[in-house]
Design a protein around this ligand. Sequence first.
Ligand SMILES: [Zn+2]
Length: 313
Amino acid sequence: MDRPTTLEDAARELAARTRPSRVWNEAESVLAFLLLVYLDPARLGGTKIRADGSSSQHPAVTLLSEIIGRSTDAVSWKIQNQRFVLSGGARGAPGRSARDVEVVDRYARHLDALWAAVETMSVHLPRLPALLDALGYPGGDAADAAAVASGTAVRSRGIAIPAGGTSVRREGVARRGQRPFRERVLANYGNQCALCEFRPATPRSAALFLRAGHIRPWADADDHQRLDPANGLSLCVVHDRAFEGGLFTLAEDLAVVTAPRARELFEDDASFEKAIGGMNQRIDLRRKDFERPGAEYLSFHREVIFGRAAWGT
Ligand SMILES: [Zn+2]
């Protein structure tokens, strides 16, 4: 667990606070970063003014502003500053603080640690589950499974708060982050299969047919690797199984490499072609903000999954 004492102290201080502090403490910064990571960036543009003159904010921004006792503008401002830091343009960001740099450094590539931090803080901040609801991540494992299975978001459950103490149930953390992992991975590939470009039309069909597959498999991965978007590949169910089974892998330049014996699994050339032959020869890299799969994950897949695939004959 990353520095539970500091973060817990900050959460406790925040819960007991009666007037806003000038400086954002660690818990507040981490919560702002949670919004940066999981809110649609298009919705962070600040306050939207309605035709009747009233204004609206994303509910998560409003809720966080209530939890920490700051204005919604202050929350939006903080998130924008962290976004500058995240995009590397940090040095000149006007509101940049050392704390923001630290928070971004610590969590940007470690979403498992971010979710563990959320759990730690939830012990002291009873409104955190509502914030997760507002973000669209109810957090309960059963709720997540149901949401994926039904293709609809289940919004009524809060995150489980560890009973009577501050211990974090590590085994729950990786699962809790699965839905955000899935969404980030799918979005990175334009919500379609990276291989055949199958593109589901509805959330229901996406839930049924599109997967955020792990390049280094879940069973061989640690918490960080299980939630690292660089370890994910958006694949339709057929190509997810084929990738899992080592029928094909990806070279360093993301060229598709089919196993020499993959053909043996199919009755004839035509069915082989239908299943595997229609794939792209290479993962499409043209999109500007495409996040490449991690080299270390790809080499694991090549060496262990593809190299030792025990099928055929
Ligand atoms: Zn496919």
